[in-house]
Write a protein that binds this ligand. Sequence first.
Ligand SMILES: [Zn+2]
Length: 312
Amino acid sequence: MTPDLLTQLALARAEIDRAEHRRDDESWWTSVHADPATKHLVLHRGQALVESTVSGVNLVLRHGRDVSNSGVRALLGVGPDDEAYVGVLLSDDDPRPEAAGDQQWIGLRECGADLDARDAGLFVAAAALANWHRAHPMCPRCGAATVPHQAGWSRRCPRDESQHFPRSDPAVIVLVTDDADRALLGRRVDWEQSFFSTFAGFVEAGESAEMTVHRELFEEAGVRVESLTYLGSQPWPFPASLMLGYRARLAATSPQARPDGVEIGEVRWFSREELAVACADGSVRVPPAVSIARRLIEDWFGAELEGAWSRP
Ligand SMILES: [Zn+2]
């Protein structure tokens, strides 16, 4: 295994203290909005403003006077100089603020691997919160409109006082190897012919992550696996997943791999040599560096690979 590939997952990096203990301090939260040191990250339809510098790509963080009053405000954290970072989560109907000069609006999938740890962490938290606020405007108990609470980290129902919190949906993602140390990759039915990735699926109600690994591999690829090893996780806020990465070995008694024909259109065993050649000539493309799927494949491969899909 190549440890650095899985300890530096693009969206599992962060630098800013989330300052959970300050979310209930309403007078502090009110003062943050007027503080000129506060930095605002504006999100609109899953995109943020970035600018390119000599060192890479940076988020554009704005002063309070430069952001509109619309949208949900969420505390993303507090920096080393006690400066607050605030997400301004605009609704889809809000106008998108103008991009100045060489700035551009871009999604987390497209820029997540190019951001530094501070900016990656800020963007991931803001995107996850924005998706949750957008999808949960009503109280699930009584149907009343809820309001943001705890510096944007919960919503409260004014009618029955119930409180609601953002959720992450766990999903497993698995790289399977056989006795010859080949890797099993699959192509979804709706993907281009050259796209291949690891197998993944949501953890169902009442299921452990390991049970999901066994179920998904048998459903999608017809194989039985054993010797599961958990390798790491990263949030995947599109809209609310938490990806749990595993390695598994093909069981000696497993049936032959075959695609289910419903979700998976093709399954293929790759040796390292076969995958290197196929990626170099473009006949196979693997997911982009922002995804844990890519890192699971490279962890097995032993090095970074060439080429990627245009979208994860
Ligand atoms: Zn309610």
